[in-house]
Design a protein around this ligand. Structure first.
Ligand code: ATR
Length: 275
């Protein structure tokens, strides 16, 4: 019998990654014969670890924090969305030996927002908190939805300004610091900062959420709690974490590797029930 194809997630740390569980459930659901593991890979070992994984017959990888920029640099060919985000979360080792790099984070977020939560983003005012890699990965797909305005607000204002300049040709996008957000209601606020990793919240003024507004944290579980709690207190109609985005970005990677699109709804429900 043919050995199952091998995939893995590389990260540092990676012990709590849900990706092995998600891809195992996708494989069960679709009947695809694959094995998916996790490997703790410090940045300085990344290239060697990828080489060893390929030499062992590995077919593709997911790369998570802090390896997405290294994966971007390692790939021989990049998808347009990976080029735009300067980060790669999915590697495909092609039969012609080319390493193809993609970034499925942005499309994963968009699928969760538009298909799972049923939101329409055209003509909406959107606030993105943070100007690091996570923010960068979602700006292209967000602007494709033709929102009225996207504002990037960041603790270090210059980083937000630089990011807004880089994406200016894709839509109406501006930048500011948190203090300048006073009295501007938004239909959707996305938290793409790392503040939740330390149980913190960016210093946000009151009155930021428009009636019926949505707060979405790109992180999931405990790390999303400070921002989601803030959103509920501030009157958000929906305050939701990034678990759906995690499953959707995985489904897009699965599609790239296997040419089969798994259904995500049951996987999101199973993960929520598990928590
Ligand atoms: P990532 O790839 O996860 O985006 P990053 O590039 O290190 O990681 O960016 C982290 C983001 O979270 C940045 O926007 C950072 O703000 P600065 O650019 O000012 O550093 C933001 N961030 C981290 N901790 C924060 C905190 N306690 N409050 C507000 N913003 C914070």
């Amino acid at each position: 019998m043919k050995k199952p194809d091998h995939y893995a997630v590389f990260g540092h740390p990676v012990a709590h990654s849900l990706s092995p569980l998600i891809h195992t459930w996708f494989a069960e659901q679709t009947g695809e014969a694959l094995h998916y593991s996790r490997q703790d890979v410090p940045p300085e070992c990344f290239e060697t670890a990828v080489g060893a994984f390929r030499a062992g017959g590995g077919q593709g990888l997911n790369c998570t924090v802090p390896l997405k920029e290294l994966a971007f640099r390692l790939a021989d060919t990049l998808s347009p969305r990976a080029q735009l985000s300067h980060a790669v979360n999915t590697l495909l080792f092609r039969k012609d030996s080319v390493i193809f790099g993609d970034n499925t984070d942005g499309v994963g977020l968009l699928r969760d927002l538009t298909e799972n939560l049923g939101l329409a983003l055209a003509n909406k005012n959107i606030l993105v908190l943070g100007a690091g890699g996570a923010a960068r990965g979602i700006l292209g797909p967000l602007l494709e939805q033709n929102p009225k305005l996207v504002i990037i607000a960041n603790r270090t204002e210059e980083r937000a300004v630089m990011l807004a300049e880089q994406f200016a040709s894709f839509g109406n996008i501006r930048a500011c610091g948190f203090a300048q957000l006073q009295d501007r209601p938004f239909d959707l606020i996305l938290n793409a900062t790392a503040a939740g990793l330390h149980g913190q919240l960016p210093p946000l003024p009151n009155g930021l959420i428009a009636p019926g507004g949505v707060c979405y944290d790109l992180m999931y579980g405990e790390k999303a709690l400070p921002f989601l709690e803030w959103g509920r207190v501030q009157g958000a109609e929906i305050a939701v974490d990034g678990l759906g985005m995690l499953v959707e970005q995985a489904a897009e990677a699965f599609w790239l590797w296997r040419g089969v699109r798994p259904s995500t709804e049951s996987v999101i429900t199973r993960l929520r029930d598990r928590a």
